[in-house]
Design a protein around this ligand. Structure first.
Ligand SMILES: [Zn+2]
Length: 352
């Protein structure tokens, strides 16, 4: 294995080096004698295994032990600065070409342990159950196909209507009247051979139905908001099967997404029980009219957030950020963002 310095900017600074680890994050290292800069230079080439680095340092006039080099490499790796050189080449050329930008994104979380190619393989081997092919669901599907998710089982009961064309970009005029799942599959097939989309034209209205559909999948994405208790149904089914799930939606002008990881995070029923503790809902004076304010950019944002969280579960190189934690973007109030975590409820028997 050949450790290589990732593509980062490194600047000299009076007796030290400054590594621009991210756009707004820098690591300052003392380097009076220039040994750190020399080692980074060797690592940048990515041509030497760890034992060879000490010899190369000696050739540059620095006496450092193999042990010191190993400690430095381990520290650089812990800071997320290193990757395995040449690992992209373990993927077929056409995959590398198609997924070049995806691979470069995975560089951010790549390490000597898990390469960007490893992360792509995890994504390509994944099976996702996607509930809903509407605004958010069709956007999630498009992102997943672009990322090369191996298999998506897409479930929806609607047909394409003219009103969908304001925001559901997987469908065009020619698809009006078609089942959404079939039209979405046709789009995916024409876009990339890397994702198998299995269309299921069906209404989902019970935990048993979710369980039946979810079996054999690695992740569930819930992009539907009916029936009212669909999230509790998904929760129950996913807990029984031990599958994580991600949910996204829009309420009023508030975009939100969250996820649940069975065995690790509190579940959705916990939140339901906490809300019940706050007292029963009073009868409304007026019900609000059901309206859909989801514009193209709104569902694209939401589908992006949901897919990013889904990818954290599939790649496993960073923890999910929204497990038992509402992530909220308030569209009508300066795009303010908030996070609200919920805790386990003592009466919840599902995730105890
Ligand atoms: Zn629970």
């Amino acid at each position: 294995m050949l450790p290589r310095l990732k593509s980062v900017l490194v600047l000299p600074d009076a007796g030290s080096v400054v590594i621009h680890r991210r756009a707004l994050e820098r690591v300052h290292l003392d380097d009076e004698d220039g040994a750190v800069a020399a080692l980074l230079g060797l690592l940048r080439e990515g041509r030497r295994a760890e034992p060879e680095l000490a010899d190369a340092m000696a050739a540059n006039g620095f006496t450092v032990s193999e042990r010191d080099v190993a400690a430095a490499v381990a520290q650089f790796d812990e800071w997320g600065l290193l990757e395995r050189a040449g690992d992209d080449e373990t993927l077929p050329l056409e995959v590398r070409r198609r997924h070049e930008s995806n691979l470069r994104f995975y560089d951010v979380t790549a390490s000597l342990d898990v390469s960007s190619a490893d992360q792509h393989r995890a994504v390509a081997a994944a099976r996702v159950l996607l509930l809903g092919a509407g605004g958010v669901g069709s956007g999630v599907l498009q992102s997943m196909v672009g990322l090369g998710v191996g298999h998506v089982t897409l479930v929806d009961f609607d047909v394409v209507e003219t009103k969908n064309l304001a925001r559901q970009f997987a469908y065009g005029l020619a698809a009006i009247g078609e089942r959404k799942v079939d039209a979405a599959k046709a789009w995916a097939d024409s876009y990339s051979p890397g994702t198998v989309v299995e269309p299921v034209h069906r209404r989902v209205d019970s935990a048993a139905a979710v369980r039946e559909l979810a079996e054999g999948h690695d992740l569930v994405v819930c992009a539907v908001d009916s029936p009212d208790d669909i999230q509790l149904m998904v929760n129950e089914a996913c807990f029984e099967l031990g599958i994580p799930y991600v949910v996204g939606g829009l309420a009023y002008s508030t975009l939100c997404y969250w996820s649940v990881e069975p065995g690790r995070s509190p579940c959705r029923r916990c939140l339901h029980l906490h809300r019940g503790d706050e007292g029963p809902m009073r009868d409304a004076l007026f019900e609000r009219n059901p309206v859909n304010r989801a514009t193209g950019p709104v569902v694209q944002l939401l589908a992006g957030f949901v897919t990013m969280e889904a990818m954290r579960y599939l790649r496993r190189t960073e923890p999910p950020v929204a497990a038992a934690c509402y992530h909220v973007v308030e569209l009508a109030d300066g795009m303010t963002t908030e996070r609200h975590a919920w805790q386990h409820h003592p009466d919840c028997e599902l995730c105890r």
